[in-house]
Design a protein around this ligand. Sequence first.
Ligand code: CAA
Length: 287
Amino acid sequence: MSADLEQIKVIGVLGAGQMGAGIAQVAATVGYQVLLADISLERSEQGKAGVEKQLTRSVVKERITEAQKTEILGRLTPVGGMEALSGADFVVEAATENEELKLKLFAQLDEYCAPHAILATNTSSIPITRIAAATTRPHKVIGMHFMNPVPVMKLVEVIKGLATDEETYELTEALAAKMGKTTVLARDMPGFIVNRILMPMINEAVTALYEGIGSREDIDAGMKLGTNQPMGPLTLADFIGLDTCLAIMEVLHEGMGDSKYRPCPLLKQYVDAGWMGRKSGRGFYEY
Ligand code: CAA
């Protein structure tokens, strides 16, 4: 790989939720200065507090020392608003999975960030080409899709938009490798690789529940023990967030125009009820 990672000194992360905080944690752990931005400083600070909690667990498990924890946290600076990302060489956007919002954020990032900065999105399903078109630097926009929980999961899915140039791609690959991740390259088509396959499976598990094929426990145990998955599909849906699962199914349904991607009515109903999974205290299970 010929990409010169030396040109990347500061990583900006936009969105300090579970994904953004995880990305910030990994970037700071491998030595980058990280600016963690959200709509308010308070939210960014909450993201950093979450990272601190994870690092404390690592200290307890004797994976890192207290001094290393302090160093990592010292490289992670919470900031309010995205203007502060002007100092970043590489930005990963990890805001809510909403197309309108992402298009707006990318137009703003384009305005605030230095001309050399690469703008990556952690979108799980929105077309990179469309997000790139909201900027004046579509050749420097790329998909960098991390998996949840970011510090644990080995994969980063890399997605080139139609205009993404080779240098941007090579730098993204090199950065992912430095972050300890293995990459796969996906075409910019709905759901890319992982969600194109994962979400229809989850949606089918919800349909099996809807049709009374099995109880939630039996559907999960069937898939967990029968196909060696770490979590059953309904547990995994609760972990990902049912609103996110529904949003991805809708992108697949619309983008492919094929009824086989129709979101299960039960999934829609749970989201209507506010049962979003683990984060709301209730999904297919109670937490
Ligand atoms: N953040 C950081 N670390 C975490 C974590 C979190 N949220 N949750 C668990 N871990 C760590 C634990 O500390 C533990 O670390 P050690 O082994 O070093 O002690 C390790 O992960 C295993 O955790 P547990 O023993 O508590 O539990 P587990 O063995 O059941 O593993 C799991 C938990 C890693 C989440 C596992 O159940 C798993 O791999 N589940 C599937 C996750 C998955 O499929 N993710 C992808 C979702 S799809 C996606 O993200 C893309 C999208 O666009 C929707």
